[in-house]
Design a protein around this ligand. Structure first.
Ligand code: GLY
Length: 367
């Protein structure tokens, strides 16, 4: 088992990565489960795959799981979804010292984490991420949120889990498209800060996407270790270190907005395209070699992810894309920070980018 500690003072927690963790859930959670009834939040799809296994693991250890099952998809991360969940937690008598289990992907983790951040001013929670994307990114680091009419993740809180259990068994049931979308966040760690890991992924990326046991565990553990280090250094994204994790996300967010946050483009696919755009824009500024920008695009293509915005057949121009960026939650006093590259493994935060230049660049990329 790989065990990675997120070393936050006074709130350090483990991310444990291994197969079959679900079967020993009670032992893995240990004293965090203080009461016989164990509150678990999940969605309909995850419940279909894993509810019986989790129920068996807990009941054989003398616990009684109680379930709050939400609809799959971003719609669950709403004010009404939060109200329903917190009402249920209150009815279940959840207290500050209790831990609610979030069993699911990013939506379940974000919603449950936020509910736990505000319930009685904060109760505990345990993340059991069931997608690759959630295992390597959203379950670690304490970003929790719901969506509103004004945009995604605009209402939220930093609230760290007490434990993350990344059971690699759950990855087996992921649809290939979701697997690839999660892999985009894996490559991200190489591109932003670890050239050796990127080179390893160039050789082994296809094995990771094909869920080869050894390759998958190495990829998840390396990704989580990088995320844990960055979160411990800059928990609340104030020093610039954590902002590097947004590599590809500003371009990607604009692409998601332009495609209506629809199934046409999954978040990880948008991040993949966004990383290629960030690399190509860095090359256009003369900061990254054209050959390294091409390596980024090639690694993404090899994983079966989109690497060329023309594949989306967008009918907008660069200015419209740049306009989407004006609504990005990272906007700060009129400037939008971009994560750019000086080399593979050398991402940096650029605060001097004019959106008009981004619009001109995107015009070149779209047409
Ligand atoms: N997904 C970006 C972060 O956790 O900071």
């Amino acid at each position: 088992m790989a065990i990675i500690s997120v070393a936050l003072a006074g709130r350090a927690y483990d991310v444990r990565i291994q197969r079959s963790l679900l079967d020993n859930l009670a032992q893995e959670c240990g004293p965090m489960l203080r009461k016989k009834r164990v509150p678990i939040v999940t969605d309909v799809n995850v419940a279909a795959h894993w509810r019986d296994r989790v129920t068996l693991a807990l009941t054989k250890a003398g616990f009684e799981p109680v379930w709050h099952v939400v609809s799959p998809g971003e719609g669950a991360k709403s004010w009404s979804g939060l109200e329903a969940l917190t009402d249920w937690m209150l009815a279940e008598g959840v207290e500050r010292g209790d831990h609610v289990i979030a069993l699911g992907g990013g939506v379940v983790g974000d919603l449950t984490g936020f509910a736990c951040a505000v319930l009685k001013r904060g109760c505990g929670f345990i993340q059991i991420p069931t997608t690759l994307l959630a295992q390597v990114d959203s379950s670690v680091g304490g970003k929790t949120a719901i969506n509103t009419g004004a945009g995604k993740n605009l209402i939220g809180a930093f609230h760290q889990p007490a434990l993350v259990l990344a059971d690699l068994d759950v990855i087996d049931t992921l649809p290939t498209r979701e697997m690839r979308a999660g892999y985009a966040e894996v490559i991200k760690y190489g591109i932003l800060g670890d050239a050796d890991f990127f080179a390893w992924l160039e050789q082994n990326g296809e094995a990771v996407v094909a869920r080869d046991d050894v390759a998958l565990e190495h990829a998840v553990a390396t990704s989580v270790a990088t995320k844990a280090r960055i979160v411990a250094e800059d928990e609340r994204e104030t020093t610039g270190a954590r902002a590097l994790l947004n590599l590809g996300h500003t371009f990607g967010h604009a692409l998601e907005a332009e495609t209506g946050f629809s199934n046409q483009l999954l978040h990880g696919e948008a991040v993949a395209l966004g990383m290629v755009l960030a690399a190509r824009y860095s090359a256009r500024r003369g900061e990254l070699s054209a050959s390294d920008a091409q390596r980024v695009a090639d690694a993404i293509t090899t994983a079966g992810l989109p690497s060329d915005v023309r594949q989306l057949n967008l009918s907008c121009d660069g200015q419209k894309m740049a306009n989407h960026m004006l609504h990005d939650k990272k906007m700060d006093a009129g400037t939008l920070p971009f994560i750019l590259l000086r080399g593979i493994g050398e991402a940096y935060l650029a605060n001097d980018i004019e959106l008009s230049d981004i619009a001109a660049f995107l015009d070149e990329q779209i047409t």
